[in-house]
Design a protein around this ligand. Structure first.
Ligand code: ADP
Ligand code: MG
Length: 645
């Protein structure tokens, strides 16, 4: 048997480091948590090359005493825990005394720190975990930690890191979450000399949301403050208009610590039931304040999972908190904070920042962005009324029927004009079709048959379904499913044939995104271009959209771009083909006639024609696999009415 050896300190530290420092963002997290524990009111982070080359975290907290500086870097050195009982009562962020020793095991570290009581501060440099240089220096109160050349001595770990911009995105995301849990602290993040985030630190969560996610979000949040059984839930939830296609805008804390919980996220979605579209995830920033002995968070400081001692109860309380806030949000609209207040607060925020922080001046986002001047080639798009193209389907309603129908119905002139002109049916096709139809109807009970004969709508019900009668069958068509699928097929064929499917916007649209999203969009401009978007960087976390694949309202286009951002972010989880289909479907869906929309006769006929068109290609479902049309036979009806047994 091999000899048992005690690991050297160096190796042991590197193993421990693996748990604590997985990537630059985890180092930033540990350092920021130390700054928060040190009582800082302002924390500035700077990273270079995604944090791999350089990380700096500066705070104005209590600082470290000169004769404690070296101790802080020893394994299990902590000022936050002295007995085992503390472990269960601990309210601070970090408490295992492992972060600093782990970080200095995998990087070069430099600390500059000064406490209030000391005249002078200390600069300490550590290389490979050992103090290499120390001097007394003059510096302001607080601590600056600089971490350089992360994982340089562990090439294996280096390999697991992603692109610099992706790593920077992780840092930005993490900082955003921490900033949301500490609106009383001013945070700023600089990445490769560019400021990409800053929060006011004015203890107003809405202002933090405003700075992180833009005015759309700040306008659409509802405050939550709810208490039951000593569990308090506080924060903001978003109205349905800012719901997103994934969970990226959902932030949950327990006693200020960022956690992830799919169950709680589901509970919250459940409270939104009926007020949010299927497949959309509501925005929220919520903190659960709960007695420390009811949670177990010390499983691992770097983990974001959590255990409650009475889980079911916490879920219930969360459900009540969110449903109550949603009800309140709907009921007393008048009480809603007018947006002007936010704007005033912003001005206040601006002054405050000047006072406490030396960051770049705060520029309120609401200031109308400069619209780029029109260049002659940017011709306004004039939508042409696209006539229905009846080409592939010669089996149209016969002229007389349509004429008779038009005459018997009161149509406006424009409606009349929109009714598809009937085609002359060739006698041979007619007979051929008739035969097939009779054949199909015989085994109609088996499966919904393909409608071969032209069909005319008879009515629309629930503003959602188009009814058609054909011989002895009543067809019920889902107007949205049919339209969406038809549009989807069109888009797909243009996309794969690389046909142009772009519409120039009359007024280019400026959309504010967060750091990670901007990165996602800008590094995938070709993907967007393929789908007919013309997008450019507009600077400071905004993009400018010049053209889109569909003509839709500004709100819809914004939605669509964000949906595709979400889908692109999830790209790693599916194949490219799946992604393409998903994106095309999103576009199709935005364009398609919705359920709950009243249709006129011409529109109903158009839907029916689209179903015929699709069925001729063997397509019977919407892109999500739901049926487009169902049927009830005359026989079935007769049975229902007991005319027949
Ligand atoms: P822990 O946070 O678990 O105590 P760390 O290794 O992260 O362990 O830090 C060790 C100790 O160093 C802390 O307990 C604290 O006393 C001190 N320290 C670390 N960072 C700071 C900081 N930014 N300001 C003041 N003290 C700090
Ligand atoms: Mg710590």
């Amino acid at each position: 048997m091999a000899e048992i050896k005690v690991l050297s300190r160096d190796i042991a530290d590197k193993i421990a480091a693996g748990e604590v420092c997985e990537r630059p963002s985890s180092v930033v997290k540990e350092l920021m948590e130390n700054s928060i524990d040190a009582g800082a009111t302002s924390i500035d982070v700077e990273i270079r090359k995604g944090g791999i080359e350089y990380i700096r975290v500066s705070d104005n907290g209590c600082g470290i005493d000169p004769d404690q500086v070296e101790t802080a870097f020893l394994r299990h050195a902590t000022s936050k825990l002295s007995s085992i009982d503390d472990l269960y009562r601990i309210g601070t962020m970090g408490f295992r005394g492992e972060a600093l020793s782990s970080i200095c095991a995998v990087a070069d570290v430099e600390v500059i720190t000064k406490t209030d009581e000391n005249e002078e501060g200390v600069l300490l440099r550590l290389k490979h975990g050992e103090a290499s240089e120390r001097e007394e220096i003059a510096c302001p109160q607080g601590t600056t930690m600089v971490v350089k050349n992360l994982f340089e001595n562990i090439p294996a770990r280096m390999k697991f890191l992603k692109k610099n911009s992706t790593e920077a995105g992780y840092v930005a995301d993490l900082m955003g979450r921490i900033a949301l849990s500490h609106p009383e602290i001013a945070f700023s993040l600089i990445s490769d000399d560019k400021e990409i985030m800053s929060t006011p630190g004015d203890n107003n969560l809405k202002n933090t949301v405003l700075k992180l996610y833009g005015i759309d979000h700040a306008r659409a949040v509802i405050p939550v403050d709810y208490e039951e059984d000593n569990v308090r839930i506080k924060g903001l939830i978003g109205k349905s208009e800012i719901a997103r296609g994934n969970r990226s805008r959902q932030t949950l804390f327990v006693n200020g610590r960022y956690i992830k919980s799919n169950v709680l996220s589901k509970v919250i979605s459940e409270a939104y039931r009926n007020s949010i579209m299927v497949g959309k995830f509501p925005f929220f920033v919520l903190d659960i304040e709960i007695a420390l002995d009811c949670v177990d968070v010390n499983v691992h400081p770097a983990k974001t999972e959590i255990k409650f001692s009475n889980e079911g109860r916490v879920y219930e309380i969360m459900y009540h908190a969110v449903s109550n806030a949603l009800l309140g949000g709907r009921e007393d609209k008048k009480k809603e904070e007018p947006i002007q207040n936010i704007l005033d607060e912003k001005v206040y925020v601006q002054e405050k920042i000047v006072e406490v922080k030396k960051v770049e001046p705060y520029i309120p986002e609401t200031k109308a962005p400069e619209v780029r001047p029109y260049t002659p080639e940017r011709k306004p798009y004039i939508p042409e009324a696209k006539p229905y193209n009846p080409e592939p389907y010669t089996q149209k309603v016969e002229k007389e029927v349509v004429k008779e129908f038009i005459e018997s119905t009161t149509f406006t002139e424009s409606e009349k004009a929109r009714i598809t002109p009937p085609m002359q049916i060739r006698e041979d096709i007619k007979t051929e079709v008739k035969e097939e139809v009779t054949e199909e109807i015989i085994d109609a009970t088996e499966e919904v048959p393909v409608i071969k004969e032209s069909l005319k709508p008879v009515a629309q019900v629930f503003d959602t379904y188009v009814l058609c009668e054909d011989n002895d069958i009543l067809y019920i068509i889902d107007q949205h499913a049919a339209h969406e699928r038809h549009r989807f097929e069109d888009l797909k064929s243009s996309y794969y044939k690389k046909e142009k499917m772009s519409q120039l916007l009359l007024v280019p649209m400026i959309i504010k995104l967060d750091y990670a999203e901007t990165e996602t969009v800008l590094s995938n401009l070709d993907v967007y271009k393929g789908f007919g978007f013309d997008i450019e960087d507009f600077g400071s976390g905004s993009i400018i959209v010049n053209a889109t694949p569909v003509i839709a309202s500004e709100e819809q286009v914004r939605d669509l771009i964000l949906e595709i951002v979400d889908a692109v972010s999830d790209l790693g989880k599916c194949t490219l083909a799946d992604f393409e289909e998903k994106a095309l479907d999103m576009i199709a869906c935005k364009y398609a006639i919705k359920a709950n929309k009243k249709l006129n006769y011409a529109e109903m006929q158009d839907i029916v024609d689209k179903v015929l068109d699709l069925e001729a290609k063997g397509i019977k479902t919407c892109p999500h696999g739901r049926p487009i049309k169902v049927q009830i036979t005359k026989t079935e009806l007769e049975k229902m009415f007991k005319r027949r047994v």
